[in-house]
Design a protein around this ligand. Structure first.
Ligand code: ADP
Ligand code: MG
Length: 363
């Protein structure tokens, strides 16, 4: 099912009539989620991800704008009638019911023409449980399950009604690191197997990048950029997006362009054809540094960390806007001097931004 958002806006009125200001939680969000894809809705806490998801689910009414499922305008439709499955961060299972009863619950609540025979309900519950690999645990209570297992039950419960759209709001946040990795792969597998259009909300860029067909990056209610994860990483539209994506994060410097050359700390480090003379903010991806005995960018060496295949070089530079400069270089790299490390730069890993409005300056 294709999901289309048209100029979706949500404004929360101020709580305090005199001094409080209204909150524009989501501001003019227009986007089409193609049928059968997994979309990662990504941004820092408070940027409007949950509000967007709740509007798509029908739990919250937009202040303005429209939502379409396929060709149907569902903006005024109640949550029960939208055919969505919803999974929250806290699994919200019924503690006194078994896993089986929890998964059956949405089916038992179906009314009128939607009502299913008991045998079919059971069959569907077992199919959903099998899909998330908890069919061995059907007679346990939630208290007898691990966090990862509980979250699988919540996903099975969302899938049992065969939703047209699956909405996941930070579903992995309560899991430990290893389970989080494992469960996100599971979600990807389930999504591919079922082909359900899925919107996955997270503040964790790595999580979104690893499982999404497309990501949508939000800041303060406003969509900053949409695209395939690698596309957005390789071609960020502004400094916010460049900084939000990537581990280790992008390195940021104060710089200046003169006669189509980029200067950092008064030293020309890169040709930037077509860029007018101006002050800029420079972003350099960790993999954009090439150790080079004659390289123009000279950093003061702090430490060299070997991380399996990669070597991470930690240094400082007077023009860096972060406390450290972290590069990722080849493992055959050997430091020649104890005090400094010199780099040349890979042009396609260097991004320039306007000093004031932080938009991208292309070269
Ligand atoms: P996210 O899920 O990205 O962390 P939310 O969508 O929950 O962000 O919130 C977006 C903004 O809207 C925040 O500033 C939040 O404080 C505000 N907000 C969310 N829900 C309400 C509400 N019911 N009443 C007032 N303000 C709200
Ligand atoms: Mg949220």
């Amino acid at each position: 099912m294709k999901v289309e958002l048209r100029n979706l806006t949500k404004i929360f009125p101020s709580r305090n009539k005199k001094s409080g200001e209204e909150v524009i939680a989501v501001n003019d969000f227009t986007f089409t989620i193609p049928d059968g894809k997994l979309i990662g809705l990504l941004g820092p806490s408070g940027c409007g991800k949950s509000t967007t998801l709740y509007m798509i689910s029908g739990l919250q009414k937009p202040t303005s704008g429209q939502i379409f499922f396929g060709e149907d305008d569902v903006t005024e439709l109640s949550a029960e009638n939208r055919g969505i499955g919803l999974v929250f961060q806290n699994y919200a299972l019924y503690p006194h019911m078994t896993v089986k009863q929890n998964i059956l619950f949405p089916l038992q609540n179906l009314k009128g023409a939607d009502k299913l025979p008991k045998a079919e309900m059971l069959q569907r519950a077992y199919e959903a449980a099998k899909l998330v690999q908890i069919d061995e645990l059907m007679d346990r209570k939630p208290g007898e399950l691990s966090g990862g297992q509980q979250q699988r039950v919540a996903i099975a419960r969302a899938l049992v009604k065969m939703p047209k759209v699956l909405l996941l709001d930070e579903p992995l946040s309560n899991l430990d690191a290893r389970l989080r990795l494992q469960t996100r792969e599971e979600i990807r597998r389930i999504q591919k197997e079922t082909g359900i259009t899925t919107i996955f909300v997270t503040h964790d860029q790595e999580e979104a990048m690893s499982i999404s067909d497309m990501i949508v990056v939000m800041k303060l209610g406003v969509v900053q950029q949409t695209g395939r994860p690698q596309e957005v990483y390789d071609d960020p539209t502004n400094l916010f997006v460049a900084k939000f994506l990537g581990t280790p994060p992008i390195n940021v410097f104060a710089g200046e362009v003169k006669s189509e050359k980029l200067y950092i700390g008064g030293v020309a480090v890169l040709d930037v054809p077509g860029v007018e003379d101006r002050e800029v903010t420079v972003g350099i991806r960790p993999e954009g540094f090439v150790p080079d005995a004659n390289g123009p960018l000279v950093c003061k060496l702090n430490s060299v960390e070997v991380m399996g295949r990669d070597v991470s070089v930690v240094s400082t530079h007077a023009s860096s806007l972060n406390p450290i400069v972290r590069s990722i270089v080849n493992s055959d790299y050997r430091i020649s001097s104890e005090e400094t490390v010199r780099y040349s730069l890979k042009s396609h890993k260097v991004f320039l931004f306007d000093r004031r409005d932080e938009t991208r300056i292309r070269f």
